[in-house]
Ligand binder design. Structure first.
Ligand code: PLP
Length: 395
């Protein structure tokens, strides 16, 4: 269970000193070296001037880009740095050819609410339609059902790989095989996957993939990566440009020929360098090892929660992630979160807007969400389980 020195890693994480953190799917706890990378760079900006410091940072930022690419099996020129997952997804979506009346966009039932709101707005404007891909019996997106939905009006398939509201891991590669065979653009929201499970864009078969840095990867808030497959890039025209993504040369807009077509010239080097440290640390530990430890801890937590009266584990699927969702009869999830916070245990609580299609289909209005990192320990899992049992006993 302990392939690396978790105690040492916890000592190197200031947030581990002050409480028990089970909200890694909201935002995880950065390491001391990630924080120091950020602080050191901010000190340099203060001393040398921000623009002047940036001259020396550009080679380092290209190392971060290369690290981010390696983490997902991409090439560095297929990676753009963005400010959030939503901004990354929205930028790629807005760059697709305009929708027309009668066009269709197919989404998984667990699609992230922000993506869905963006699609819905564009579809309503164009008279296009959103269709939800049916689920298998275990609640996962059904790739074979998707195959039978494809026709020449489908413009995009969008899948949230690991949903925000539970432990499901959708079979994103199976969906990719269908979209590839049909030649349809395929976007993956990997917001909850980065730094959590292995990612290889080639075997996923996606054209676009995005994820924020702050979740399981333990990078800083305000960072995200956008992957755009090199050949697919040519089909995308960003909805806005700036002097780096599309400089005007001799009066002509010259779109960059790499994913930086989507990147703002004004990016925060301190945060991106911090992201680079988090990526280096995750790669040094090994994503397979990280995933194995998360899976073991989450498995124990689920088993514990299942044994508590009035508690229902709400995770769908067969292949499960480190996001453990549950409800307690008679207590809203927001109150469960507050009761645990009083005991210095941080968890999340989601309502319908995060995953509107799935929550509505299941008749759920809230779920409590305990998300597990490799930083957590078996004793923290026991502590959380006991605290949930106490809260449930009060109901
Ligand atoms: C699956 C998924 N997609 C997207 C997001 C939103 O990402 P961001 O807050 O970086 O825009 C989240 C946030 O929790 C998420 O869980």
């Amino acid at each position: 269970m302990n392939p690396f020195d978790v105690e040492e890693l916890r000592l190197e994480t200031p947030g581990c000193e002050s409480g028990v953190h089970f909200n890694h799917s909201g935002a995880s706890l950065p390491s001391r070296s990630t924080l120091e990378t950020i602080w050191n760079y901010l000190r340099r900006e203060a001393a040398d001037g921000p623009m002047e410091a940036a001259n020396d940072a550009s080679a380092l930022l290209e190392d971060v880009r290369a690290g981010a690419a390696s983490l997902i099996g991409a090439m560095p020129d297929e990676i753009a740095f963005m400010g959030s997952g939503t901004a990354a997804w929205g930028a790629a979506f807005a760059a697709l050819p305009p929708l027309a009346a009668g066009d269709r966009i197919l989404v998984g039932r667990q699609e992230w609410g922000g993506n869905l709101a963006t699609i819905q707005t564009a579809a309503a404007r164009a008279g296009a339609r959103i269709d939800t891909i049916p689920t298998r019996e275990d609640g996962a997106v059904d790739a074979s059902a998707l195959a039978s939905m494809i026709d020449d009006r489908v413009r995009l398939v969008s899948l949230t790989w690991l949903p925000a509201n539970g432990g499901l891991i959708n079979d994103a590669a199976a969906v990719g095989r269908v979209t590839k065979a049909a030649g349809i653009p395929y976007f993956i929201d990997a917001g909850q996957a980065l730094g959590h499970i292995p990612i290889d864009v080639a075997s996923l078969g996606c054209d676009v993939l995005k994820a924020a840095g702050r979740k399981f990867l333990r990078g800083p808030r305000g960072t995200a990566i956008l992957y755009v497959r090199q050949e697919f890039l040519q089909r995308l025209t960003p909805s806005y440009l700036d002097v780096v993504s599309g400089p005007i040369v001799d009066g002509v807009v010259t779109l960059r020929n790499d994913a930086r077509r989507f990147e703002a010239s004004e990016n925060p080097p301190a945060l991106l360098l911090g992201l680079g440290t988090a990526i280096r640390q995750a790669r040094a530990l090994g994503i397979d090892v990280i995933h194995g430890r998360i899976a073991a801890l989450a498995g124990t937590l689920r088993a514990n929660l299942r044994s508590i009266p009035k508690v229902t584990v709400r995770d769908l699927g067969t292949d499960l992630s480190g996001i453990v969702s549950f409800t307690i009869d008679g207590i809203p999830a927001s109150e469960v979160r507050a009761a645990l916070a009083e005991r210095q245990i941080a968890i999340g609580a989601n309502g319908v807007p995060y995953t509107p299609l799935d929550m509505t289909a299941r008749g759920l209005d809230q779920i409590a969400r305990a998300s597990v990192s490799y930083l957590n320990t078996p004793s923290e899992v026991a502590l959380l389980s006991e605290a949930v049992a106490e809260v449930a006993a009060r109901a």
